[in-house]
Design a protein around this ligand. Structure first.
Ligand code: BES
Ligand code: MN
Ligand code: ZN
Length: 503
């Protein structure tokens, strides 16, 4: 449970643990009481208030809390949302280890961040809620997650803080849904089963859903998508979700790569590259979670979520390197590498989405290339678009949510590297370098010149080492990013019919 209490409760509340953030070089709490506790902490040699430091007092005087944890944020001038997010994530993880079931955070007043006063509470709630999550499908975690997290804010901002924190909770729940799906092993999320559970959850939120099964996909000539699914003994699915609040003339489509396991197919991946390939449906997880979140928030824009779900496996029926297929768009594709499968399912999904829904803009998100991880590392996503305004808005959302994106080029002349001797296009280049770019250029061939943006999350979708507010496994990277991006688009000044101009 998440609650907001007025700051008058700080001293009176019988809470298991009270958490106070402090800076190394400045006072960020106006209350008369806290300076005493803070002073007590500072007088200890081991605590300066530096980032990462913390100290716990048991049975502290002046408050009813059983324990007080004082956590350092470092220097005031360096403070930003991410420092707070991380500090609160780490504090909650410590609370989990201590087996406390409830915590009360004191929200500080940080003048430098007051230009956007919501940033402080937003970041703190995010860090705490995301840090409190543990994947527990198969074994009980060592220590349980907290049951109640509260935040104390000044009396006059309680109402606003309640509304804001409810919104943040909905967005964090979306992130956690995506984490849960990505961390779930591939044997329990094969396309048919995964499609069913997605639909079940989406319908609860009143999203309109549709599932194209194998017969429908064959009938409608999803040749590229079916070529990827051919080696698996579970059939492909395409799940479509629609959020339509009415009264809007604008439509944004989100397409997510949903490879529930990427073995590489006949171009089998080597050991070391296979183990984490349950995460290759992270794009689909992000899109589904964003759709569910958008429905819960009732965002005033029509959204279409399209999730092509397949398992990429080698077998006697698998697609062979060199095979040529006809895609949904009618273009023929020479599949020279069965491990470049994401672009194949996305090509068909993009064509279908554009033809069926004629959206004002389409965004795809995918764990598409190892090359993008080589280029940008594991923490930053690559963004590709011919439309700078669209990607600039996303990059701004990346800075706010700390789901960082970096603009990558789409050089037209590189398209010639995808030429095929026998078909309209080849799915790989045969060159070693620039793989994230050529993958994006391949996708661009299926976007019919409409506004399009591609986000490669191969790096940040999954972590093998826990971070301040994420455990090992899926990160949910993309949900907070896309929710913020959609909100930005909705609130950007635009005349009714020209959302596309505000992108
Ligand atoms: N799913 C992988 C990309 C990937 C790699 C995601 C590492 C997460 C971590 C994708 O399907 C793939 O195999 N891409 C190949 C493309 C190549 C065959 C042109 C790659 O990046 O090596
Ligand atoms: Mn692959
Ligand atoms: Zn893949």
């Amino acid at each position: 449970m998440l609650t907001i209490v007025p700051s008058s409760e700080i001293e009176k509340k019988q809470v298991e643990i009270l958490i106070i953030t402090v800076c190394e070089d400045a006072d960020i709490h106006p209350s008369a009481l806290l300076p005493e506790l803070i002073h007590q902490a500072r007088s200890l040699k081991e605590f300066k208030g530096a980032d990462n430091e913390d100290i716990v007092f048991y049975a502290p005087s002046g408050v009813m809390a059983a324990q007080v944890m004082i956590i350092g944020l470092g220097k005031k001038d360096k403070l930003d949302g991410e420092t707070l997010r991380k500090a609160c994530g780490k504090a909650i993880k410590k609370c989990i280890q201590k087996e406390v079931s409830e915590a009360l955070f004191v929200v500080p007043f940080i003048e430098a961040l007051q230009k956007e006063p919501d940033v402080i509470l937003e970041a703190m709630v995010e860090g705490a809620l995301l840090g409190n999550y543990q994947f527990d499908q198969f074994k009980k975690p060592k220590h349980p997650s907290l049951l109640n997290i509260s935040f104390a804010v000044p009396e006059d901002s309680v109402d606003h803080a309640r509304l804001l924190s409810q919104k943040i909770k909905i967005i964090c729940d979306g992130t956690l849904l995506a984490r849960e799906w990505v961390t779930t092993p591939s044997n329990l999320k094969r396309p048919e089963q995964f499609a069913r559970s997605l639909v079940q959850i989406a319908e609860k939120e009143n999203l309109k859903t549709e599932v194209l099964d194998h017969t429908a996909l064959e009938k409608q000539h999803f040749g590229a998508l079916l070529a990827v699914a051919a080696g698996s003994d579970t059939n492909a699915r395409m799940v479509i979700m629609e959020h339509n609040p009415g009264n809007t003339t604008q439509t944004i489509a989100l397409v997510g790569k949903g490879v529930t396991f990427d073995s590489g197919g006949i171009n089998l991946k080597p050991q070391g590259s296979l183990e984490d390939m349950k995460m290759d449906m992270a794009g689909a997880a992000v899109v589904a979670a964003t759709m569910i979140t958008a429905a819960k928030l009732n965002l005033p824009i029509r959204l279409i979520g399209v999730l092509p779900l397949v398992e990429n496996m080698p077998s006697g029926s698998a697609t062979r390197p060199g095979d040529i297929v006809k895609s949904f768009s009618g273009k023929t594709i020479e599949i020279n590498n069965t491990d470049a499968e994401g672009r194949l399912i996305l090509a068909d999904a993009l064509s279908y989405t554009i033809q069926t829904y004629k959206p004002d803009a389409v965004v795809d998100i995918a764990t598409l290339t190892g090359a993008c991880v080589v280029a940008l590392g594991e923490r930053i996503a690559g963004v590709f678009s011919f439309d700078d305004r669209m990607s600039d808005t996303l990059i701004a959302s990346g800075l706010k949510t700390f789901e960082r994106c970096w603009k990558m080029p789409l050089p037209e002349d590189h398209k010639e590297l995808l030429k095929s001797e026998f078909a309209d296009i080849c799915n790989i280049t045969g060159l070693k370098w620039g793989g994230a770019i050529t993958a994006a250029l391949f996708l661009s061939e299926f976007t019919e010149n409409i506004r399009w943006m591609h986000i490669d999350i191969a790096g940040p979708a999954f972590v093998k080492k826990e971070t301040a507010y994420c455990g090992i496994g899926g990160t949910g990277f993309g949900v907070r990013l896309l929710c913020d991006w959609i909100e930005k688009i909705v609130s950007l000044p635009c005349t009714p019919k020209t959302l596309s101009e505000s992108l």
